[in-house]
Design a protein around this ligand. Structure first.
Ligand code: TYM
Length: 330
């Protein structure tokens, strides 16, 4: 079973990223053969950005992943731009990608609406690069949060269309979306997902927030005018917190509701803050030392890229041959 996932480079990874995706990456290391994780710096160039900041963010994210428990001995961890096969495949896949499908992508619609100056063609093409990331490794499984569902659907369609047109070459991947915590919502506005791009910091707990900030944000999370720690109509805020608490403590959501029966929101939020602080503590403690050693991070990424290229170049040779581009095989 090959596992592949990608994550954008930012130092502002939040609880949604951690619960929806990063914890799945860590778990996948022992099932993946191999488990491949890519920090997608090329995707980060599709919206306005600062080059120097991108480099710093790349190290921040690499260090967060290592601090969270990714072990370069048990997975392949690398930087997207180190594997040019992925960018080449993006172009090759464009011939079997429908323009109309790209036009339907929710993320493109959201992000393009938020751009002030330029909506880049790269932003429109983002899902094709994402498809190439996964298909270059013939991955079977793609661990992601719920917001990436449509992108994984599209890459499945691209793989199917390629195989139909050029012969069986690519693997059609499945997404792996967690049952609880697939969509962690904003703490201030539980109708929208927790996200880096929402202005203001109160709606998200960052993986690297200190204990005080974490407690403050969870303590002031929006709930409702009721009293019951239960999921249900009009209780999206509380339901979100129940999901977070369940993941942080390893309990089922039903158990959480039973545990807090008769308790008020105050008690629940206090317990929630304790649980989240405890949950993220190992990552926060390990992070500074790992982040400091940029040469060490570069070494890890270089080793990962060498392994990744070996795999991707096999797929690319088959794709080129199937499409009739480049030097013929024999
Ligand atoms: P990124 O960096 O925005 O998000 C990384 C992962 O975090 C998940 N996630 C969430 N999960 C639960 N609740 C939330 N509020 C929440 N917000 C984010 C995302 O679903 C994602 O799994 N396009 C991808 C990066 C990518 C990729 C790939 C992923 C590039 N190539 C190939 C899979 C396969 C992204 O924007 O990640």
């Amino acid at each position: 079973m090959r596992i592949f996932s990608g994550i954008q480079p930012t130092g502002r990874k939040h609880l949604g990223n951690y619960i929806g995706a990063i914890r799945q990456y860590v778990e996948g290391q022992d099932r993946g053969d191999p488990a491949i994780y890519c920090i997608v710096d090329l995707h980060a160039t599709t919206v306005a950005y600062e080059p120097a900041e991108l480099r710093r963010n790349l190290y921040d994210t690499t260090a967060i992943l290592l601090a969270a428990g990714l072990d370069p001995g048990r997975c392949v961890l690398f930087r997207q731009s180190d594997v040019p096969e992925q960018t080449e495949l993006t172009w090759l896949l464009s011939s079997v990608t429908a323009h109309g499908d790209l036009n339907r992508m929710h993320q493109f619609k959201d992000k393009s609406a938020r751009q002030k100056d330029l909506v880049s063609a790269g932003l429109f093409f983002y899902p094709v690069l994402m498809a190439a990331d996964v298909l270059a490794y013939r991955a079977d499984e793609v661990p992601v949060g719920d917001d990436q569902r449509q992108h994984v659907e599209l890459m499945r369609e691209i793989a199917r269309r390629f195989n139909e047109r050029f012969g069986e070459t690519l693997v059609v991947p499945d997404h792996k979306i967690p049952e609880v915590g697939a969509r962690i919502m904003d703490l201030q506005d539980p109708s929208r997902k927790m996200s880096t791009s929402v202005p203001g910091d109160a709606g998200r707990v960052l993986v690297l927030d200190d204990e005080k900030a974490t407690r403050k944000k969870l303590g002031s999370a929006v709930t409702d005018s009721g009293r019951e720690v239960k999921r249900g109509e009009g209780k999206e805020g509380v339901a979100n917190l129940i999901g977070i608490y369940a993941v942080a403590t390893g309990k089922a959501e039903d158990e959480v509701e039973a545990e807090f029966e008769g308790a008020g929101y105050g008690d629940f939020k206090k317990a929630l803050a304790d649980a989240v602080v405890e949950y993220l503590k190992p990552v926060r403690e390990r992070y500074p030392e790992i982040r400091e050693d940029e040469a060490g991070l570069e070494r890890i990424l270089a080793e990962g890229a060498a392994k990744a290229r070996a795999l991707a170049s096999e797929t690319l040779a088959d794709v080129r041959e199937a499409m009739g581009v480049g030097v013929p095989r024999s």
